[in-house]
Design a protein around this ligand. Structure first.
Ligand code: ATP
Ligand code: MG
Length: 360
């Protein structure tokens, strides 16, 4: 199911797993409600895009949607960011600044990372929720606000209440309509549709249609552990769209990290040999090159980048392996650079940056 809002591509929420279908059903039920929503979920699970969708599906959709990440501001800045200030309220306040709540008038405000709001500010937020008014810093006026409030949290606020880190009264005010977004690892069946969605988005931005995607790439996406959830998957697709120039999305177009951390089993390397279900043309040469690159990558990984050992594993001469590494453009994965590419016999090195295997 794709729930699509009318404003921008970026507010489309995609998913077809049972977990996401439950989310869409919840969104449908709360439809035109004005109640406060608390969205919880790990980083990158889609809290902001879901808040945007809630706004777009509500009667407030023609009014502003204002998103604020409370994690971005220091304890001293957050007050003037959220509530605005009057000229002269403090050194540097050279002109009036309206609050984010005023900017969202008639619409929706999304306060992400609410779990990062310091206790001192929580009491002020509670007042806004109770009185539906705000006062700018250094101001004397009480300004009424008509804003729907949605908050996002990556931590369990109830637990934070138990630890004395979050006000219980504020928690109950925020948790009127709770929505928990599942991490990607609990809804892996969404990976193919998300992949397609993001590849379309980023190839279109280049003015191109999405080329066919090889089965090896699809399988690597399915196997990889997406710790950064949908955001990490989106970045991987954007990178493919930026680098793929070969008419087919092949292993060479994707990040080596995703390819090789997705699985080090030789059986996995044999996967590209699967026979396609449909009667569609396949390029035998392309397939063979993919299998070759995949097996060489696997051998380099389990041998810790040691070419002699990798050649032994593949039952070929070391010099032949060298030639094939060059032909497949896997040179960077060979000995010496394995640590920076996440290629390790222990399979545990995590590269600081994503890296790319040149096209095969
Ligand atoms: N189900 C989804 N369908 C389509 N795009 C999604 C989905 N979930 C997340 N995204 C995209 O992934 C990226 C991260 O999503 P978003 O910023 O909403 O996550 P978040 O939970 O607010 O993350 P953080 O905790 O880091 O603030 C965005 O570009 C968003 O458009
Ligand atoms: Mg967010």
């Amino acid at each position: 199911m794709i729930a699509q809002s009318e404003v921008s591509m970026d507010s489309i929420v995609v998913g077809r797993s049972a977990r996401m279908r439950a989310v869409f059903e919840f969104l449908r039920v709360i439809g035109n409600s004005d109640s406060t929503v608390l969205i919880t979920g790990e980083s990158g699970t889609g809290k902001e895009v879901t808040a945007t969708l809630i706004h777009q599906s509500s009667r407030r959709k023609h009014r502003p949607f204002v998103a604020v990440s409370c994690a971005l501001f220091s304890e001293t800045l957050i007050e003037s960011e959220l509530f605005g200030h009057e000229r002269g309220a403090f050194t540097g306040a050279i002109k009036d600044r309206p609050s984010r709540f005023e900017l969202a008038e008639g619409g929706t405000i999304f306060l992400d990372d609410i779990d990062d709001v310091p206790l001192s500010m929580q009491v002020k937020l509670l007042r806004v929720l109770q009185n539906r008014t705000i006062e700018r810093l250094g101001g004397t006026r009480t300004i009424p606000i008509n804003v729907r409030i949605i908050t996002g949290s990556k931590r369990d606020l109830k637990q934070m209440v138990a630890e004395g880190k979050f006000r219980e009264d504020l928690y109950y005010r925020l948790n009127v309509l709770p929505l928990a977004l599942p991490p990607l690892r609990e809804r892996r069946e969404d990976i193919p549709i998300l992949m397609q969605h993001f590849l379309e988005r980023y190839f279109r931005r280049r003015g191109e249609d999405v080329p066919p995607v090889s089965d090896v790439v699809k399988e690597a996406f399915m196997r990889y552990t997406w710790r950064g959830n949908v955001r990490e998957l989106e970045n991987a697709c954007e990178r493919i769209a930026q680098t793929c120039t070969c008419g087919t999305v092949r292993v060479g177009c994707m990040s080596a990290r995703i390819l090789f951390r997705a699985g080090a089993q030789p059986s996995a390397a044999a996967a590209p040999m699967a026979i396609p279900q449909q009667t569609v043309p396949i390029s035998l040469d392309d397939r063979l090159r993919e299998v070759e690159a995949h097996l060489i990558g696997w051998a380099l990984k389990v041998s810790g980048g040691n070419k002699s050992r990798a050649a032994e594993l593949l039952q070929i001469k070391r010099s032949t392996l060298g030639d094939r590494i060059n032909r497949c453009g896997l040179g960077k994965l060979a000995a010496g650079e394995d640590a920076s590419e996440g290629v390790s016999s222990r399979g545990s090195s995590v590269p600081a940056e994503e890296s790319r295997v040149p096209s095969v």
